[in-house]
Design a protein. Sequence first.
Length: 156
Amino acid sequence: MASMNIFTTISFNPTTYFPRRRRPNSVPYAVNSPESPPEIELEFIGPKAGSEGSYPVDKAKAISGEKLLRNIMLDNKIELYATYGKLMNCGGGGSCGTCIVEIIEGKDLLNERTNTELRYLKKKPESWRLACQTIVGNKENSGKVVVQRIPQWKKS
């Protein structure tokens, strides 16, 4: 009876089982970037005058074309909603109208009114916008936008 070799030689090629992954060519951002992206400066005028008669002003900055006005205000803890709006807002869907603001300066730095705004703000002044539908900038422009937060009683 011939002897049987139960040990057979298996050749193991690691590249078959663990192929090398190609690393992407990466260059540090600072070396390749032409300049920083354009920014939009925003000023938010409060809906009610303070005790001395002046309106409070909050300031924020945003990269052009990246965010909705509503999100900029919420991210910077700038009050957007009155009492009713805090309880009953639609979360940015454009269906409740509680985020109406008035653009005092810089209308040309914002997107055109959306169909939702055209429908909802049909009889309102052109300067009125829904913050949840308003994109600040277009990725190429920069400048200043002044926003008046509208008191709840004025919205009706």
